[in-house]
Design a protein. Sequence first.
Length: 568
Amino acid sequence: MKVRFAAALVGATLPLAAFAQTGQDLLNDGKTPGDVLTYGMGMSQQRYSPATQIDRNTVKRLVPAWSYSMADNRGLEAQPLIKDGVIYLTDHEKTVAVDALTGKEIWKAMIEYAPETTRVVCCGIVNRGGALFDGKFYRTTLDAQVIALDIKTGKEVWRTKSSDPKDGYSMTVAPLVANGIVIAGVSGAEFGVRGYLEGYDAQTGKQLWRTYTIPAPGEPGSETWAGSSLTHGGGSTWVTGSYDPELDLVFWGIGNPAPWNPLNRRGDNLHTNSIVAFSPKTGKPAWFYQMTPNDPFDYDGVNELIQAELTIDGMQRKVIMQANRNGFLYVIERATGKPLAVNPFVKVTWADRIDLATGRPVWSDETKMIVEKGGKARIYPALQGGKNWAPMSFNPTTGLLYINTLDFGMDYETLPAEQVADLKPGQPHYGVNRPGAYDPDQRGYLRAVDPLTGKSKWSIPFKSPNICGTLVTGGGLVFTGMMTGEFLAVDSDTGKILWQFQTPSGVVGQPVTWEKDGKQYVTVTSGIGGVYAMKSGDPNLVHVPAGGTLWNFKLFEEYAPQRTSSVQ
Ligand code: CA
Ligand code: CA
């Protein structure tokens, strides 16, 4: 198998060409608008489509082609994948295949998990999507299993148990297929897990490697944890990484240390709140870069890592970009992990700046007090971050990022250290108070951001933040959704809202666009859920009903009832 996939990477046409083609398809996904095969619409995860049929002028004719019910009231955060005229979508309890032109269900595969699984899920009973490769659809389950389904039938091909929810582990991440290996990460830093990444054989599900994000006692890095705190130290890996086939490296974000209260875990707490670059075949790390050492604020470090080539000081640099929960936008050299530009993209008070020479934050007085002796202070951004998991997009022709930001702080307070002493994996790991500090008129913006300065070229305020991915197109449009159900098309140059459609529930998904037979479509889910909807108590969302649906939009031509057979 190794040999076959290596052949695919160099474009050779050897036996098993169909298999090889699939691997090449994944690498080309960003350049092939006829399908959406990968999380992030391409290996670089730019969520950019060159498609121009739906543009600033034609978007006013955008209408629903059909909608499909997921028959469930949990949040719909998954990115749809589209291959050969079929849409594949996940939620926490099922995977479905739907005809992309008619909205008719082709197959549905249910998932069962023990009800007590939800005890270790902090932030929403959700799933963020799957991966396609070699005739199979790969996904994770809430009870920490990875499964492969036959894409034609939905029949299970293999199932691998990764961990046990009783130890605090769960899985919501969309897997990544890199160099033929299926890679997934875990959730559970709020329940004291020891985080890791895992690679599986795409054909059999055999676990090939596991790389922990936190050292075992005595290993290098264990000295960055006080006492035995590393044995329940967190460091989850719950947002999909991105793959650079030239370097043969996967980049993946690592989450917060546990518990949030920092008083019993003094030190940098490696490798929490870090980015790791590793080989997909072995899981062996090439480099780590830690953004938020000794994080008391649940800033995680898991947000998506978009690859791009940027001109910095006159030089072309291959970078990854991350809008971190901690409010700073990181531009990092892919080969080395060196930070090249780090600037705030929202209001930040926990650190004065990031020192580019060391890569470390310069803590504000409030943060110094909190990590040294505990205390209370108003801190920006809040725990949910300046940006949460919902992915941003990047337009390589304008060089701008399109980010849904969360613009509020929190009144943070540590509880006494004794209250979080002797915690065990599987128990809740918090130990802080953190009510939100909100502006009454707006809690978020959609921003067009210069990655090298963090500054917004334009921004649109929203009463509730958008916890929705963005999609940018060659037609000059940014698509995203609101918690109150509106699906929006925005002029990518000016920030003017050009079109909107009211879906039945809050939009917290990941819009994608694709083409078939000369027509461009835009696909998105509606279905409120996730951490902000659960925990904010936002009065603006009181009248937003639950209920998951999948929506497909196209340009209106003329009324033509769709008949899929002569008998209706
Ligand atoms: Ca494609
Ligand atoms: Ca967290």
